[in-house]
Design a protein around this ligand. Structure first.
Ligand SMILES: [Zn+2]
Ligand SMILES: [Zn+2]
Length: 153
């Protein structure tokens, strides 16, 4: 089980945040943006409503770019250590993709599947029995349902 609010922060500790309500879903994203942003094979993405996220310490810096999907995205990060905390849409889509690795407690995190599998590193092992999408899923409702079925909240 996970306890609300979820709390986390950047690597250097300047930025701290709270997520007040249950996330919508968690999945691993293998898009080339996630690979570049984290310098890693994939990102574990926790989708939260924008309204549920509150920075409790520090002011995040902002970056904008055009994603693989063609839409304009923005990211909030620590200007001191560079840790990316969330990505969102511009204009707002109402949700943030929070980088689950920034949570203080990741012990309860279990992704429900994998997105952008077409650009996954060939040695990556996808979530056992998980959902898979070659790019952005046209419909995220199976991901939301699978996350809810985990009963973490
Ligand atoms: Zn920092
Ligand atoms: Zn991605």
């Amino acid at each position: 089980m996970a306890q609300l609010p979820l709390v986390g922060g950047c690597m250097c500790g300047l930025l701290r945040y709270e997520v007040g309500t249950a996330p919508l879903m968690i999945y691993n994203c293998h898009c080339t943006n996630c690979q570049k942003i984290g310098g890693a094979a994939f990102n574990t993405s926790m989708i939260v409503t924008e309204a549920s996220l509150r920075f409790t310490q520090g002011e995040p810096a902002l970056v904008e770019w055009v994603a693989d999907s063609g839409s304009t995205r923005c990211g909030l990060f620590c200007g001191a250590c560079g840790s990316r905390i969330v990505n969102g849409g511009k204009p707002s889509t109402g949700v943030f993709s929070l980088r689950a690795g920034t949570l203080d407690d990741t012990s309860w995190v279990q992704p429900v599947g994998d997105t952008y599998t077409r650009s996954a590193q060939p040695w990556v092992h996808f979530v056992d029995g998980g959902l898979q999408a070659e790019t952005l899923p046209p419909d995220f409702s199976p991901f939301v349902a699978a996350f809810r079925a985990q009963g973490r909240f």
